[in-house]
Write a protein that binds this ligand. Sequence first.
Ligand SMILES: [Zn+2]
Length: 210
Amino acid sequence: MTPSVATVHSLIPLSLLEAIRNLDTPLDDGLNELANETVSKRLGLSATVGQQIERYRDDALRKLPVSLDEAVSVFRLVGRRPDATLVYSDAGRRAARHAAQAAGIGTKVLLGVTPRPFRRRFGARTASQVARRLLALDLDVSRGAPRVRLGESLATLAGFPGTGCYFYSAVFAELLRVASGFEGAMVHERCHAKGDDHCFWRAAEAGGYE
Ligand SMILES: [Zn+2]
C-alpha cells in the first residue's frame, strides 16, 4: 500500500466485517439456546454490521472504493478483539478469494493439468497482478520465492502492527494458493512490531519453493 493512495478497494473492509461475523457466529453445538443472550450482543451479528456488509458488497461489485480512513477504522475494529489474529487471518483469506473472483481466476486455473513448475511461475505472476490491481499490494515474483515488503500498511495505520500483519500473511498465501496451487505459508521475517522499519514476508513452501 502506498501512502499516497487515499482509497482502498471495498473488498478489504468487506472481508474484515465478514470475518467478524463469521467468528461471532456460534457453532451449532446444541448450546445455542443457553447462549442466546450473549450471542445477541456480539458485534458481528448486529444489524449494523449486516447492513455494512451489504453496502461493501454492492460497492465492491460496482468497483467503488472506500476512503483509506474508513478502511483503517474497520481494520482497527478487529485489532481490539482478543481473537484478533484469527479474525485477521480469516479476513485475509476472504480478501484474497474476493480479489481472485473479481479478477476471474480460481475456476479456470489449470490445476492438475499443466506441469507443476510452469503452473507455479504462471500462477505466481497472476497472483501478483491481482494483488497490485485490486489490493494495491506489491507481491514481488520476479525471482525466487514470492516476497512482499510493506513500509506502511493498514496494520501500521490502525495501530496494530504485528497482530494486523496476520491479515497480510493470509492474503498473500491464499492468493498464491488459489492462483498457483501454492501450499505453504508467507513467513513474516521482518516486522514493524519487532522494531524493523518495514514489514517483510517470504513465501515458504513445504519441501522448498522450486
Ligand atoms: Zn509486520
